[in-house]
Structures are given as C-alpha cells and as structure tokens.
Design a protein around this ligand. Structure first.
Ligand SMILES: [Zn+2]
Length: 225
C-alpha cells in the first residue's frame, strides 16, 4: 500500500536563463541562472521522479533555452506566463506560447502585471485573476487551469478568490515539499548562486523535523491571515 511519503512531490521553479532582454525588476537578478546551471539542475531533476518543473514570468528564455533542454531529457513543465508581457521584447510571444503547448507543455497564469495579489482592490484582483487568464488562454489556445502567485505573496482573500474562479491548482514559493493532487503546491525557486549540490541539499534532501515544522507554520500563517 502506498504511504503518504510516496505521494510527495518536489516542485522546482525556474525563472530566467542566461541574460534578460528587458529591464529587470529590483532583486530579479537573483533568479536568473546560467545556462550551464540550468542544464545541471535539469539533470538532477530528471533523475528524481518526485520532481516537477515550472517556469515563472514568461521570459523568452523559456522557449529558447528551456524547451530544448526539457525535450532532450523527455521532460515536461508548466509555464506560468504573464499576460501583460506577452509579445513584449524579452518575453514570450503568443506564437511562442502556442509552440510550448504544441510541444506538450502546460500553460498557467502568473497574472497580468507581476504585482503581488495581496491587498489589491476587487477590480485589480479581477484583472489579475480573470482578465489575465483569458488573455493567456487565447494565446495558448487551451484553457488555463493553474496559477502561480507573483512574488509568492498571498493571504486568505487571494486564495478564496482563486477558489471561486475555479483554478485547479495554485503554486506558491513556500519552499516545502508538495502533495500530489493538492490544490496548493509549494515550490522551491532556483537561485543564481545555487549549484547542483545546493539544490540536492536544500530542495531534495529530507528536511529535519524542526525545519519541516517551521516551513509548515509559515504556510499556515499565510493561508489564514
Ligand atoms: Zn514572477
């Protein structure tokens, strides 16, 4: 019989690969990784059946570097696209998004303007959760069922709104292992100063009981605040 531990997933989140062809947001450079590190992280991921890969922000490097490396390894990923950056220099075009779909990749939404969804007015939240989703679905030619929280920020109101809109899964940046099929999917982001070893230790190694309790408590606070 399968135990709970057998259903653990480890979600690894990537952002840009190489150098961005658009101005970066403050602090964003910590999330752009060298192509060589990217390849090495994918090799680590490919050897661990618990790992799921996703890409945030809809950077042009998703298609230029991400897709070929995934294909080489027979892997798939979910790409959380920003509707407000579609067809802009340095970001995926609508045709690029369609190409990812045709290659068997899944497309999700990361919203419109890359702003935290916490504390938005009702109108702005609608723009992020509804309008962005429609625009991305149009580009992808498929329904958009999954969302990733910009900058990892959320609270109960954001989660309630996502539930009301019928999203099948919501991806956070809470640095915890996930459960297969759960609505909330915590993820680990890869940083520019990571190495294959740091990813193995920080992400894939079994966390201590204390570390697990600490991470669980952080998620609990965010869900109910
Ligand atoms: Zn993002």
């Amino acid at each position: 019989m399968a135990s709970r531990a057998d259903q653990r997933l480890v979600n690894i989140c990537l952002h840009g690969i190489g150098r961005p062809a658009r101005p970066m947001e403050p602090g964003e450079d910590a999330y752009w990784i060298d192509p060589s590190l990217f390849e090495q992280v994918l090799d680590v991921a490919a050897s661990d059946p618990r790992v799921r890969i996703s890409f945030d922000d809809g950077n042009a490097s998703d298609l230029a570097l991400g897709l070929p490396a995934l294909r080489e390894r027979g892997m798939t990923a979910t790409f959380f696209v920003l509707a407000g950056r579609l067809d802009r220099p340095g970001s995926l075009s609508s045709a690029d998004v369609r190409e990812l779909v045709d290659a068997g990749m899944r497309i999700g939404t990361h919203g419109m303007d890359h702003v935290p969804w916490r504390g938005l007015s009702d109108a702005s939240l609608r723009r992020e959760l509804v309008d962005a989703r429609i625009a991305i679905a149009e580009a992808a030619g498929t329904p958009v069922l999954d969302a990733a929280l910009p900058l990892g920020r959320y609270d109960r109101r954001v989660l309630d709104a996502l539930r009301r809109e019928g999203y099948l899964s919501v991806h956070t940046s809470d640095r915890r292992w996930a459960r297969d099929g759960a609505w909330l999917q915590p993820r680990f982001s890869v940083h520019s100063d990571d190495t294959p070893d740091s990813v193995r230790q920080r992400v894939l190694a079994t966390p201590s009981v204390i570390e697990r309790a600490k991470r669980g408590a952080i998620g609990l606070v965010k869900r109910y605040r």
